[in-house]
Design a protein around this ligand. Sequence first.
Ligand SMILES: Cc1cc2nc3c(=O)[nH]c(=O)nc-3n(C[C@H](O)[C@H](O)[C@H](O)COP(=O)(O)OP(=O)(O)OC[C@H]3O[C@@H](n4cnc5c(N)ncnc54)[C@H](O)[C@@H]3O)c2cc1C
Length: 503
Amino acid sequence: MGKSQKPKTLLIVGGGTSGWMAATLMASRWPDINVRLLESDNIGTVGVGEGSTPHLKIFFDTLGIAESEWMPRCNATYKNGIYFSNWSSVPGFERYFHPFPAQTDDLTMPMFFKHIQARRLGRSETPHPDQYFLESYLTRNNLGPIAAECFPFNVAYGYHFDAALLGKFLAAKAEFLGVERIEGNVAQVQLNEMGEISRLRLDDSRTVQADFFIDCTGFKSLLLQDALQVPFTSYRDNLFNDAAVVLPTDAALEITPATDSTALSNGWAWRIPLRNRCGNGYVYSSAHLSADQAETELRQHLGLQDAEVSARHLQMKVGVVQQHWRHNCVAVGLAQGFIEPLEATALALTFNTIMQFIKRFEDGDFSGRYQDDFNREIGAKFSGIRDYIVCHYKVNQRTDTAYWRDNAANNALSESLQAVLHLWRHSDNFAADMRKYNLEGSYQAKSWACLLAGYGLFPALDAKASAAPDNGRGELTELAEFIRRCGLNFTNHNQLLAAHGVT
Ligand SMILES: Cc1cc2nc3c(=O)[nH]c(=O)nc-3n(C[C@H](O)[C@H](O)[C@H](O)COP(=O)(O)OP(=O)(O)OC[C@H]3O[C@@H](n4cnc5c(N)ncnc54)[C@H](O)[C@@H]3O)c2cc1C
């Protein structure tokens, strides 16, 4: 491909969620490029990944697809955030909620920071995050995230969805946008004399050519890592989980608008409530637990006597490529890296990668002019999210198994994560210092404070200070009343789903 020249043909390789997200976004953005997608009927998709962040809403908004169109087809539900249970053994902090952002945060968050600051000084305030945020209240009361029109504040939200159905939905959309689907197995990736990808040879001897390639082949990363030899940096030093076991259970009658993330003996289990079933999985470290033990523990955790429900076992390759875009190929999705699913960030990274690539490719007149900037930017996104996930493990206070003790003792922390933990212990103004030292890259101070306060990571109480007559209870009562009255503008989650045709 010549420099500064718009490609005539673009081939997406892989038809998982990432491949079809790339196909819809690129075909709608570049109608004059011939976008094709190659996938294999014999090689399945990873088949998990059913919780999102608010980025998935932006993805659908970008394509102009209404919730009433896609949600019923994917058995989707709303998600206000994530419950973390049993990650901390500090009394009173066995469970907390990590809410997505809301415009009301501007009103309620200052009080949160005031109270956690007081508690960090040893005063007996009330630092548990659950009472400070509207989305936590909505979730406790099974309310969906969409308010009556007269309520002037928005709350951000994500979704839970059936990954296989979402793939089918997006495939139909992409084909409607003119994307041609090719079925076949890639047997060989051929390079030209400049080291760029020139064509793919399929196992039935067909060849497929393109000017530019998007590698969405999942953990295999056939194009970027395998053919172009881009090195992969493993995160195994500070993220020990490398396997998962997955099991469905029946849908709940009352569908909670939140993911549950419960710490178990050697990892954690997710519970994702869809309209027609619950998705469950146990993410664990295979160095600490065997696959059989993990499956038995997950079944016990779910109260499942029924051996009829079969489990699926998966390996996870946790880490990131050193370059996401090289020559005429960009990797998207699991092919570029995976942090582990604790905060359900993979599709957000996928969306971000596609949108940044589109921007940088266009800004550089379809040359590789901004390739380095793009690679730096996406690399920084991965590092920022990794810090936040690693922090969950580092600050756990469980002592029941070697897994949790090994995680707490792990000192392979990035400088930025060390800086956040230092500020938490020593700063007089955590939120302001997080901004000052540019530590809010992927997660805002609110999210960091919810995690650290949610685990009860505070010094011992100062008996004298905690006996002070006014420790803020009056203003907390007012805050609770404010949040309750905000909550009157929201609808029961099941009813909201029904209103969007999800029945
Ligand atoms: C345990 C677990 C839990 C997860 N939970 C979440 C979550 O809650 N939220 C979230 O956002 N993400 C989650 N993820 C990540 C999420 O599953 C993925 O980001 C998402 O499914 C996209 O995957 P993908 O499209 O990149 O790869 P895949 O789904 O693996 O698709 C790869 C594609 O490449 C094709 N392919 C491979 N080899 C060849 C070949 N030789 N020839 C032709 N085609 C080929 C396959 O046919 C397939 O179509 C989770 C992942 C795991 C492992």
